[in-house]
Design a protein around this ligand. Sequence first.
Ligand SMILES: [Zn+2]
Length: 933
Amino acid sequence: MTRKIFLIFIALIYILSASTAQTIVSPKEHFGFNIGDNYKLATYTQTEAYFKKIAAASNRVKLVNMGETEEGRTQYMMIVSSPENIKNLGHYKEISLKLARAENISDKDAQALALEGKAVVWIDGGLHATETVGTHQLIETIYRFVSGNDPETLRILNEVIILFAHANPDGQELVSNWYMSNPDTLKRSYSQLPRLYQKYVGHDDNRDFFMMNMKETKNISRQLYIEWMPQILYNHHQAGPAGSVVAGPPYRDPFNYLINPLTITSIDAVGAAMINRLNAEGKPGFTKLNGASFSTWYNGGLRTTSYFHNVVGLLTEIIGNPTPASVPLVPSRLIPSGATPFPVTPQKWVFRQSIEYSVSLNYAVLDYAARNREHLLYNIYLMGKNAIEAGSKDYWTSTPKRIEAINSAYAKDQSGRRSNDSTANTGRGRSADMPLKYYDLVFRDSSLRDPRGYIITASQPDFPTAVTFINSLIQSGIKVHKATADFSVEGKKYPSGSYIVLTNQAFRPHVLDMFDPQDHPNDFQYPGGPPIRPYDIAGWTPAFSMGFQFDRILNSFEGPFTQVPYGELQKPGGTFKKSSSGGYILDCQTNNSFIAVNDLLKSGVEIYRITKPSANKASFKQGSFFVPAKGKADAILEKEANESGLNIISVSSRPDGATERLSASRIALWDMYGGSAPSGWTRWILEQNNYPFSLIYAKEIDGGKLREKYDVIIFVSDAIPSLTQEGRSGQYVARDQSARENEVPKEYQNQVGRITAANSIPSLKIFLEAGGTIITIGSSTNLAYHLKLPVKDALVEMSNGKLQSLPAEKYFIPGSILWVEVDSTISASWGMRSKADVFFDSSPVFKLEAESVSKGDITPIAWFASDKSLRSGWAWGQEYLQDGVAAFSAKVGFGKLFAFGPEILFRGQTHGTYKFLFNELYTTGKSDLIETK
Ligand SMILES: [Zn+2]
C-alpha cells in the first residue's frame, strides 16, 4: 500500500466509525437522565442493558462476560478500541502477555513487539458501591469513547485497548435501588444501607486481591493477570480528604521495596499527566503524596496487587454524590504546596462535576498511554526481564531491618572506639566515613540472599491448604511448577506432586511478597513522636498465616519439574481405601477434614473425636476423628477424599484410647444491621466449610432464652463494646448503628440495634451459665471484662498514678503477623503445632490471674513467649508482648467463654488459625465415652 492509499483507507475507517457512532444511544435516552444529574443513580440492571445495547450497536466494543458475582449476576467488561483493533484483540493480547511475562524473548524482539502492539489500559468502576461516582464515570466514559469522533478520542482508540470493567455489579444494584427508592428526592441517601455492598465482605472486596476468595476478585484477576496483563490499571474510589476534590498519584511513602523502580516512576509520570490535564482545564483540588493517606506499601488491593506485577497502578479518591454537597473550608488545604499545587476553594458541589473530573482523568491516563504506547509496552518487558535476572543470581533485597543492621554494626564498633562521639550511638553514624565492610556485612552475607525458589512439599498434614495458596498464586498469573517424580534438594527429599515456585519470573515481586515477611519501616511523625498509621495493614505473608509448610531455597536448584499452564487451577489428590470392618481416621491437622466431619454429621453418620490416643500408638494426632465404616460413611468419605483432597486412613478396628461421640452444634453468628465485614468473612468461612449456622442480632440476644436455641455463639471484632465504650477499637468502624427500627424495611427490622452492657450482657451471661459456649474474637474479647473474669489488660503501665494503655510512642502494632506459643494438647488447639503465626491488629493481650489458672477456672490457649514475636509487618515495642496471653478459655457456670485476641479468621486468609474456631463448633456433652485397654 502506498502512503496515499493508506491515508485514504484510514480516512474511510474514520468516516465509517463516525457513521456508526450516530446509532449509539446516549445515557439520557437509555436511563432517562444524564449521568451526573442530581438525585439520579443508575442500577446495575439498567447499566447491564446499556452495555449490551451499545456493544450491539458499535464496532468499537467487545462485551466480555467476566464471570458470575457472589449474588449470581453477570460481571461484564467492555473492551473499547478502534474497530480495527477490536478485530485483532487476540493478536494484541498475545503481544501484551508476551512482553509482560518476558519469557524467551530478546530485547530486539521486545522492541519489535512494543512497536507493533497496542497499549492496554484497565479502567474500572464501582468496586465500593456507595462510592457512586465510580460506576457512573465508567458509564459516561464508555459512552464518550464509543460515540466520540474528535481527533483525541480517535487517536486514543487507535493506540490503546481499553478494558472498562465493572468491579461490583451486586453493589451497584443494592445501592442505586436503595437510594432511588425514596420518592422524596431530598431524602434520598445511602447512609443506612441494610447490608454490605458485597455479599460477604463489603469494603473488604478491595482487600482480597492476593487471596482470591471472592468471585468478583477471581473474575477481575483472571482478566488482569491471565488474559490481558494491562500496562496501566486505574481503580476509581471515593472520597479524598476534606478540602480537596480528588486524591491521586503519586502516593506517599513507605513504598514497598519489592516494587520495580520503573513502576514507581511511571506512576509519577502518569500522575503528572493526570494533574496537568485538570490544571489545564481549570479543575482545581487534586492532592497527592502526603496530601492523602494512600501509599504503595500494601499488597492485596485491586490497585496495589498490580504493583507486584509491574503494572502502573493508579487510584483516585474523588468527592461527589447525586445529592448536592459542598467542598468544606479547610484552611490548611488552601495554601498551594507540592502535594496540592492548585487548591480548591470552598463551594457548592454537584455530582456532574465529579463525573467531568473523572472523565478528564480517564482521558489523561489514556492520552498518556496513546502517546507512550511503545514505552509502556517495552518497560513492562524490561521490568519482567529485571525480575527474571534478579531471580537467576545471588540477589539481596534492601529492607529497613537490613539497613538498621548496617547502622547498628557500625555504631557498635564506633562506640568502642570513640565513646565521646555523639553520632556513634544514634545508629545513623557518618555515612561518608562508613567503610564498605558494613555494606558487605549484610549485602554479601550468603544467608541473607533472596531465595531462588520455594518448595511446598506434598508430604505435609495440611496439603489442601497449601494447594489453596498455590491456587491464589496461579490466579494472580504466577508461574508455578509441579514435580512429576520424587526428588531431593539440598539433602531433603520431596515427593512427586510437590509444588515449586521459582523466583526467576517476571512477577517475582509478588512471589517474594507472598512467601517472605514484610519489613515495614519504623515510620514516625518525628523522632520519638507518634507512629504514622499504615494505609492498610503492615504485614500479611499468606505463606505464614495459612499455616502450611514450605522451604526457602537460596541456591539455584533443578528437578523433574513441569510448568503448570498459566491460570490452571490445582486440586490436591486425596486417598481413600474402603475399610471392611473397622472404619476411618480423619486427621485433625487438615482443615478440610472439618468439611468431611460436617457432611458426615449432616447425613447422620456416627462420628467420634479421639480425645486421647493411646500413648504407644501415635499414628494420628489427638483430636482426630474416627468414623465407623457404617451406613453412608464410605460414600461420603470417598467423595470428600476426592473433592477436598483428604488422605483418609483406613483402620481395621476402632482406635485405642478415649473417644467421644460428636454431634453438630447449633451455631449462631453475630451480625448487625448494615452488615459487619468481619462477620461476613466468618459467614463465608462457615459456608465454605459446610457448617450449618444462623445469624443472630442484638435484639434476639436481648430477648434471652438463648440456650434453648443455641449451643455456640460467635462474636467477631466490633460486636461487644468495651467497658468504657472508648477503649481500643478495631479497624472496622461499625456502620450505621444509628438506624432506627421504624425507618428500615420490615424484613430488616429485627437486625437493628447493638450489643449493650445493660441489655445484652446479662442475657449472654445466662446463656453461658446454662452451658452455652461463646467464642469471642478481637475486640469482642471485651466480654471477659463485662463478665468480670479474672483477666487484665497486659498492655498498660502506671502513668501519673493511674493505670493507662501504653501510648503509641512506646507500643504500636498495626496489622501484622506474630508468633505465639500454643498449648496444642487442649481441645481448643487440637490439630495445631506448638507454635502458630497469628494475625494481630492492635489486638487485645491479657494477663490471667495465677490462682484462677491453677484452679483450672481459666486456661491459657496461646501466649507470647518472647520479646521478639514479630514475623511479618511492624511491631514497635513488641517486647511489651512478652508473657502476655493471646487466647484463653474460662469457665462460666456450666458454659465456657473462649477469647481470641488475634484475628484468627482475618479476611479469609489466616487458615493456620481456623482450627481455633472449628474445634469449638461441635457438641460432645452427652459423650459415649469408650475407655479401652
Ligand atoms: Zn473505595
